[in-house]
Write a protein that binds this ligand. Structure first.
Ligand SMILES: [Cu+2]
Length: 563
């Protein structure tokens, strides 16, 4: 009797073990250099498991997984799970010098990835130097097993990863920019699922093809993994119905063209409802900065209907907006709405504890003898409330957790330190130079935040896709020109604002977001245009612990990469 009880207990523990193994799946990411050929030339790129784009992670809402990241390359690396909130566990969030020091060549870091409220599409990418150009992949988050989509189940699902390719090694492009102080080299092509497409040399045979059957519906999980630019995207003779962005469902929005900013994900339904034929899908840059060079090429893939027919040659190309068509961009982005239904309710903070206005600017520092490659011999920079972010010596999370002084400051201004006509055509030169610093903002647990990003026209006003780690936020308002603190809040959308982790603040305009600071930790916030990030358009929130232990930071894992 006694023995059988023990046996039962043993069997029960065995079962629980199996269940846990199932809930906590393990993946291996080996970061290594792999030769890839694009645009008629071959170079070594950093990959995960030899793949470009990298492997797709498939999870269900609420899963926790572990990814064992092995660095077999000769560069430092970190991996970030973009849009995954990692409740109470910033330790494996990934941004270099914010939540960890890099994984050094030969080292390994086991990263726990904790999914909670996210459902839809996210992605993972490197978060050190510019390695994310090729080190990235999709994350597909299915609904919980007993649940389904808030739209008819599509017949098939396909990740569409938009990327950016340089013939030069990306580290060279990055280091040349740092040394010269000027703009980086523009890319040679954009890519769809790693391929530049038919309009580029030596590319046609490998162009990505989406095979479709007439009458069926396809869920395209579109990710903008490009480094430097917002992109317009469209499919010839087909409309796209947006159903989610940044792993949060939206009211269906049907458009011929979408705009997607670096960091953002957009799920769309594509109905194969045209004559069986070949049709191009295409992506092209939306670049709003005056006088800044950009990659003006078009990337394509082909939607190919099954059946016996002679395809139109070449296939029809979609019409994309002009390169600097700000109204096309804001018209789309400003039309996104949360589902805000009974099954998918929203929870916009109404009583605001913390009100902030952050200017986001392109700046410049003087150079000795005007010897840099920025405007008038200066060095290009960028800032948040006039502070250009400097990477600390060790990561901010470690310094905060172990109370190590002198690593970061907590004095990021809550409001712009200088008030001027932020979006004027001409601005005094003396406003161009920011301060340098590693300043963050500390928030009380469960306090609420309303943050207005105010774009400025210093040097060259442009769109800034601002990304916050550890949270999704409600985009409650936006406008062109200067934010009016009295008038504009009256028009905020508190009914069905979209819930996003990245929002493109329009050129010479502003965007207001709200969130509740209920995830303790250190959370990076930065522009997702890679050169702006490198120039200092970055800061972080430190969200303090709450009183109950269940609202406090979890302990660090034993294998945090050493600084
Ligand atoms: Cu930016």
């Amino acid at each position: 009797m006694r023995a059988s009880k023990v046996h039962c207990l043993g069997f029960l523990l065995f079962l629980i073990g199996i269940l846990q193994c199932k809930a906590e799946a393990r993946y291996t990411f080996v970061v290594e250099e792999t030769p890839y050929t694009r645009l008629c030339s071959t170079k070594n790129i950093l990959t995960v498991n030899g793949q470009f784009p990298g492997p797709t992670l498939y999870v269900h809402k609420g899963d926790t997984i572990t990814v064992d990241v092995y660095n077999k390359a000769k560069y430092n690396i970190t991996i970030h799970w973009h849009g995954v909130k990692q409740p109470r566990f910033p330790w494996s969030d990934g941004p270099e010098f914010i939540t960890q020091c890099p994984i050094q060549p030969g080292a390994k870091f086991s990263q726990k990835v904790i999914f909670s409220t996210e459902e839809g599409t996210l992605w993972w990418h490197a978060h050190s130097d510019w390695s994310r150009a090729t080190v990235h992949g999709a994350i597909v988050i299915y609904p919980k097993k007993d649940s389904s989509y808030p739209f008819p189940k599509p017949d098939a699902e396909v990740p569409i990863i938009l990327g950016e390719w340089w013939k030069k090694p990306i580290m060279e492009v990055y280091h040349e920019m740092l040394i010269s102080g000027g703009d980086p080299n523009i890319s040679d092509a954009y890519t769809i699922n790693g391929q530049p497409g038919d309009l580029h040399p030596c590319s046609k045979q490998d162009t990505f093809k989406l095979k479709v059957e007439q009458g069926k519906t396809y869920l395209l999980r579109i990710i903008n993994a490009a480094m430097q630019d917002l992109l317009f995207f469209s499919i010839a003779k087909h409309s796209l119905t947006v159903v989610a962005t940044d792993a949060s469902y939206t009211k269906p929005l049907t458009r011929d063209i979408i705009t997607i900013s670096p960091g953002q994900t957009i799920d769309v339904l594509l109905k194969a409802n045209q004559n069986p034929d070949h049709y191009y899908m295409a992506g092209r840059v939306y670049s709003s900065a005056l006088g800044v060079v950009y990659d003006n090429t078009t990337t394509t893939a082909v939607v190919e209907y099954f059946g016996n027919y002679t395809p139109t040659s070449p296939p029809p190309l979609p019409q994309l907006p002009y390169y600097n068509d700000t109204s096309a961009s804001v018209n789309f982005t400003g039309s996104l709405r949360s589902l805000a239904s009974k099954e998918y309710p929203i929870n916009v903070p109404k009583n605001i504890t913390n009100r902030f206005v952050y200017t986001i600017s392109i700046n410049s520092f003087p150079c000795p003898n005007n010897s840099c490659a920025g405007p008038n011999g200066t060095r290009l920079a960028a800032s948040v409330n006039n502070i250009s972010f400097v990477n600390p010596s060790i990561d901010i999370l470690q310094a905060y957790y172990y109370s190590i002084n002198g690593v970061f400051g907590t004095r990021l201004p809550s409001f712009p330190p200088y008030i001027f006509n932020f979006t004027a055509d001409v601005l005094p030169l003396n406003l161009e130079t920011p301060k340098r610093g590693t300043e963050v903002k500390v928030l009380k647990y469960n306090s609420t935040v309303e943050l207005v990003f105010q774009g400025t026209n210093l040097l060259a006003g442009t769109d800034h896709p601002m990304h916050l780690h550890g949270y999704s936020f409600y985009v409650v308002g936006w406008g062109l020109g200067n934010f009016d603190i009295k008038r504009d809040p009256l028009n905020f959308n508190l009914v069905d604002p979209p819930l996003q982790n990245t929002i493109a603040v329009p050129k010479n305009g502003w965007t207001a977001i709200r969130f509740r600071a209920d995830n303790p930790g250190v959370w990076f916030m930065h522009c997702h245009i890679e050169r702006h990030l490198s120039w200092g358009m970055d800061t972080a929130f430190i969200v303090r612990n709450g009183a109950p232990p269940s609202t406090q930071l979890l302990a660090p894992p034993p294998d945090m990469p050493p600084c």
